[in-house]
Design a protein around this ligand. Structure first.
Ligand code: HEC
Length: 199
């Protein structure tokens, strides 16, 4: 065999292109590939851990960060058995901006930008008609009622609790109130210095 031939043969044999290997490789020096360790959800045999689990159970009553959902009006929209009448969150320009952004993301596809229920979904699927959020019936809703519709859905409207955080739900409600106010605006709502622009 020529010298080059031997080098090529050695390269092929030594690079370990073994294809599919079903048995564990034989390890002459295991280089710490095998060693005792904890694995998530694994069993362990440390004698002082009576339950033999690797992952320790959190102490009773542990709450994950950011998941402290107490049974208060803010988290449930309820006051005892009744819907909260007025939002527990103070309306501010920042809240309305957040509400606008979230409404346009999560509600607008069905209810449209003005809340009048002519979004792209009912245009494409005429049998799936949302409620007109600016009609009197919905204007009369308690804030907590709207909170509940977003959280749990209602009739043919799906729930949005996983997409829309509690904070965002109250912001959306504030913005829905703005849309309702705008839909029922009268000449008297136009600031005096703009009345001249009215046709
Ligand atoms: C996938 C479409 C869809 C989206 C998105 C959607 N809705 Fe609805 N919504 C509906 C439908 C359909 C109804 C009418 C339910 C019925 O009467 O069967 C409805 C009804 C409502 C009602 C009135 C319930 C009633 O009793 O008439 C409110 C309030 C409401 N939606 C708020 C929201 C808000 C706020 C959002 C955004 C977080 C939202 N919806 C997102 C489809 C949607």
């Amino acid at each position: 065999m020529t010298k080059t031939g031997a080098v090529v043969l050695a390269a092929v044999l030594l690079t370990g292109c073994s294809g599919v290997q079903r048995d564990p490789p034989i390890q002459v020096w295991d280089d710490m590939k095998q060693q005792p360790k904890f694995t998530p959800q694994g069993a362990n045999d440390l004698p002082f851990l009576a339950d033999a689990r690797d992952a320790r159970r959190p102490p009773e009553g542990t709450v994950a960060r950011g998941h402290m959902m107490e049974q208060t009006a803010y988290f449930t929209g309820m006051d005892g058995d009744l819907y909260v009448g007025k939002s527990p969150v103070q309306f501010t320009p920042a809240l309305l901006h957040l509400g606008q952004q979230k409404f346009n993301t999560y509600c607008q596809p069905c209810h449209d930008k003005t809340g009048s229920a002519q979004g792209i979904v009912p245009i494409r699927i005429p049998t799936w008609q949302p409620s007109n959020l600016t009609e009197d019936r919905v204007v009369q809703f308690a804030d907590g009622d709207i909170f509940n519709v977003i959280t749990n859905g209602r009739r043919s409207m799906p729930a949005y609790r996983f997409q829309v955080s509690v904070e965002d739900r109250w912001a959306i409600i504030a913005y829905v109130r703005v849309l309702q106010r705008a839909a029922h605006a009268t000449k008297a709502d136009v600031p005096a210095d703009h009345t001249a622009e009215l046709q």
